[in-house]
Write a protein that binds this ligand. Structure first.
Ligand SMILES: O=C(O)C(=O)Cc1ccccc1
Length: 315
């Protein structure tokens, strides 16, 4: 019975790294899986009410921010990130039984997978052609389905998907970076913010005032002067005119941390648009370094002192 279970939209079909991320939060049987063919559809499924949550890749060690995810979250009805997960990413070159590596001319791969294996491919199969796939297991599912002749001979797939789709490995560990990781997030409707753990992240989208010299520096100063470290920042076109950019950033800390709250208030004062995309526990549980004068007690003490000055009760 799946009634009452949370519904998760994710990039399918089964066996993607996104599904591995989903399993960290919702084991099989404890949720309804809704596989879709791109991250924007996964996020949209939450907006339309077809899903309760979406699990989407947001950042990778190889390519940085996943732009489709950042753009889908930056506009449209507000959604928030409630959790993050890290998944190690490796690839196997695999094919239907009886395909020999020397006969491989066309390889189907998700564009991110192709980039992650570029050096290996250039070295071992320099003349192969890339056939883009919607996910890391979409070509595996096509091979497993059999039937019509496919426009590719082999595919780059997650190692765990080789057996589950009845493929054979032609070459293992073909990713260029052995420590590659992808960061995934669970996206849901705004509501109660996940409690502060002491090792949290806050994701924001910020627009800067137009034609103001130093506006980016002024935005960054809101964090710097309060001792808030940023772990990711990137610009994306707003889309309405050339030269207009939106900044997507991750700040270390929780919205209930005084220093993060003060920085976000500073953004609200200085920037024409600020979207809060959630505070959630860091997957690596690393706590931020708290610099002198930026602990919660420092902010609360300073506020109490100011109140006393204003009310004439300071001693
Ligand atoms: O989740 C997957 O498996 C995907 O197809 C997306 C992807 C692509 C490359 C690295 C990590 C995730």
């Amino acid at each position: 019975m799946s009634e009452g279970l949370p519904r998760y939209a994710y990039l399918g079909p089964a066996g993607t790294f996104t599904e591995a991320a989903l399993r960290q939060v919702a084991p099989v049987g404890e949720c309804v899986d809704l596989p879709v063919s791109d991250v924007s559809s996964a996020i949209e499924a939450v907006r339309t009410g077809d899903a309760d949550f979406a699990v989407v890749a947001i950042e990778s060690t190889v390519e940085g921010g996943v732009t489709a995810t950042l753009d889908s979250l930056a506009g449209g009805d507000p959604l928030v990130i409630v959790r993050e997960m890290l998944v190690p990413v490796q690839f196997t070159l695999a094919a239907a039984p009886f395909v020999r590596i020397e006969d491989v001319r066309r390889i189907s791969a998700h564009p991110h997978a192709w980039v992650q294996c570029r050096r290996w491919l250039a070295r071992h199969l320099p003349s192969v052609v890339h056939v883009p796939a919607t996910s890391n297991t979409a070509p595996a599912a096509l091979i497993a389905a059999g039937g019509a002749e496919l426009p590719f001979d082999a595919a780059l797939v997650p190692p765990a998907a080789v057996d589950s789709y009845g493929l054979v490995p032609l070459a293992v560990d073909v990713a260029d970076n052995v420590s590659a990781q992808t960061r995934f997030v669970v996206v849901g409707h705004p509501g109660a913010v996940p409690p502060r753990t002491g090792a949290d992240k806050t994701t924001l989208v910020v627009h800067l005032p137009d034609n103001e010299a130093g506006a980016l520096l002024a935005m960054l100063e809101q964090f710097a002067v309060r001792g808030v470290n940023l772990s990711r920042i990137e610009s994306r076109p707003i889309g309405d005119a050339l030269g207009r950019y939106s900044f997507s950033l991750d700040a270390e800390g929780h919205i209930t941390d005084e220093r993060v709250g003060e920085a976000v208030m500073g953004l609200h004062r200085r920037c024409p648009y600020v979207r809060f995309l959630g505070s959630y526990p860091r997957a690596d549980a690393v706590e931020p370094t708290v610099h002198v004068g930026t602990a919660d007690t420092d902010f609360v003490g300073a506020r109490t002192w100011l109140q006393a000055l204003r009310s004439g009760t300071a001693t």
